[in-house]
Ligand binder design. Structure first.
Ligand code: FES
Ligand code: FES
Length: 158
């Protein structure tokens, strides 16, 4: 059954007739064309679909869209400011942490929520924070380096 739903995504209002069984991931991609949030396993195992809801990183494939109406949703499309990359995006590029790029939006959104809570993390804390995000390409070393670079840059800018 469809009903009119309204969402706040990246600071803008998105509305549509949405089936109440649709997940947030499905709605982002199929209803609103926000394809930066990737669909991997669709079962909560890979982290490719990670977005931020009210400051918390969540697997959007496990969240019913209807339950996040009225919350602040941030997707990868909401990070860059005009033509300037967010420091986390910039760090991923600089560290060579992007190969095929499939995991990258989820990695970056997890990193954003994590660094907001812990701006000066240890390597172990970074690895633990990213443990729900899988990457088949990089071997993770460059991703951990990217998070360190981003954290340092964001502390400088704070
Ligand atoms: S697509 Fe959501 S965790 Fe894999
Ligand atoms: S860069 Fe390919 S899955 Fe991570």
């Amino acid at each position: 059954m469809k009903q009119m739903m309204s969402f706040t995504i990246n600071g803008a209002i998105f509305e549509g007739e949405i089936d109440h069984r649709r997940t947030l991931l499905e709605v982002l991609r199929e209803s609103f064309g926000l394809f930066g949030t990737h669909k991997g396993c669709d079962e909560g195992h890979c982290g490719a679909c990670t977005v931020i809801v009210d400051g918390k990183a969540v697997n959007s494939c496990l969240v019913l869209a209807a339950t996040v109406q009225g919350k602040e949703i941030t997707t990868i499309e909401g990070l860059a400011q005009e033509d300037k990359l967010h420091p986390i995006q910039d760090a991923f590029v600089k560290a060579g942490a992007i190969q095929c790029g499939f995991c990258t939006p989820g990695m970056i959104m997890t990193t954003k929520a994590f660094l907001h809570k812990n701006p000066n993390p240890s390597e172990e804390e970074i690895k633990y924070a990213l443990s729900g995000n899988l990457c088949r390409c990089t071997g993770y070393y460059q991703i951990v380096e990217a998070v360190k670079i981003a954290a340092a840059q964001m502390r400088k800018e704070a």
